[in-house]
Write a protein that binds this ligand. Structure first.
Ligand SMILES: [Fe+2]
Length: 245
């Protein structure tokens, strides 16, 4: 219903400065297709107050077998363009988002993983089912000195009926990174509800945009002007690790 007292709420900045999960490097995964798009996405991120972007291109067996050899030139093409345009903030670097598959295990064995700072490592499950060896992998990674972060736990619908897995995995040392887009409702109500539940349960360690394209940026713009954002910000403020790395 139209409400004559409603006023358009102003967009707020994000309450942290470092994004650890986005697909803004040109032409190497299903994110930005070219440098022009990447520059536009970076400008959108700057408007949210982000000062540091750690891009995380997909590394998946078969579809996106990225390595330093593919990621470094993509990063350079973007940072060269930003420098030419006089853009110095946000600062852009990269790690990667590793699907847990044979390619990941191969890179792990060879010590060729593209890390976040401080030994943090961004991993993602398959969307079809939990990897059969996840508990063992989380243990082994920590023994090797890595600090694994699970990307968007709220998006794995196979956990919705067995939510005790979240607590088990988190207690075992697996950190959780929820998507801003989930909190924005961009994937649907179930993902949003689950992300809110994880906030309530104190298991959200990082937020990430998981930005792939401009429609995602539009969804985040709208979210940052919403009442929900203020609620989530209040619940998470002072608890995120984003700016500690
Ligand atoms: Fe991602």
């Amino acid at each position: 219903m139209f409400n004559i007292f409603s006023r358009k709420r102003e967009r707020q900045p994000l309450f942290y400065k470092t994004d650890i999960h986005c697909h803004i490097l040109p032409g190497i995964d299903d994110g930005s297709p070219d440098v022009d798009t990447s520059v536009r996405l970076v400008n959108r991120m700057a408007q949210w107050g982000l000062e540091r972007i750690i891009a995380s291109p997909h590394v998946t067996y078969g579809t996106f077998p990225n390595t330093k050899e593919t990621v470094t030139p993509a990063l350079t093409s973007l940072t060269d363009r930003l420098t030419a345009e006089g853009v110095t903030t946000p600062a852009i670097s990269h790690s990667a988002e590793y699907r847990i598959d044979d390619l990941f295990l191969d890179h792990l064995a060879k010590n060729e993983l593209m890390m976040l700072p401080m030994q943090y490592l961004l991993i993602e499950n398959s969307f079809m089912q939990e990897p059969w060896n996840l508990d063992r992998l989380v243990f082994d990674l920590q023994v090797k000195g890595y600090r694994p972060i699970l990307a968007h736990p709220e998006r794995y619908s196979y956990y919705y009926k067995r939510q005790d897995r979240y607590r088990t995995l988190h207690d075992a040392g697996l950190l959780f990174q929820c998507n801003v887009l989930s909190l924005a409702g961009a994937y649907g109500p179930a993902e949003k509800r689950m992300a809110e539940q994880l906030i309530k349960d104190g298991m959200v360690d990082f937020l990430g945009t998981d930005l792939h394209r401009e429609s995602h940026a539009d969804a985040i713009d709208a979210y940052l002007a919403s009442k929900d954002y203020l609620k989530h910000r209040d619940a998470l403020q002072g608890r995120l690790l984003n700016d500690t790395l």
